[in-house]
Design a protein. Structure first.
Length: 118
């Protein structure tokens, strides 16, 4: 019988802090999650406004990421019945608590990771 490889977030194979860090990066490492959160740090925004600010994200992926971030309790989705109907997204207290860490990661990346030549 062969042993099953450990997943990156398998708590049995990580020290307590490492397991938490791995869980955070599995979630935040999902493409666009950090960028969406960073854009909402400036204040609430609508779907189209976020799409324009991010640029390279498709509407379907943006919709998925907003749903993931809402389900995780990092952002809220507010519907204003209008007219016209308007939907906006904003950071929750939990989401705002993450902003200093994301700012430090961004600062680290500016100092230590080469920028893409594209």
């Amino acid at each position: 019988m062969s042993a099953k490889p450990a997943s990156p977030v398998d708590a049995e194979h990580c020290a307590r802090g490492d397991a938490a860090l791995a869980r955070a990066f599995v979630f935040l490492g999902k493409r666009w999650n950090g960028v969406v959160l960073g854009n909402l740090n400036a204040g609430p925004a609508g779907f189209c406004e976020l799409g324009r600010a991010i640029g390279a994200i498709s509407d379907s992926v943006l919709s998925e990421r907003l749903a993931d971030l809402t389900a995780a309790g990092l952002i809220t989705r507010t519907v204003d019945a209008g007219p016209p109907l308007a939907v906006s997204y904003a950071l929750t207290e939990r989401g705002r608590a993450l902003m200093p860490a994301l700012a430090e990661i961004s600062r680290w990346a500016q100092e230590h990771l080469p920028a893409d030549p594209d």
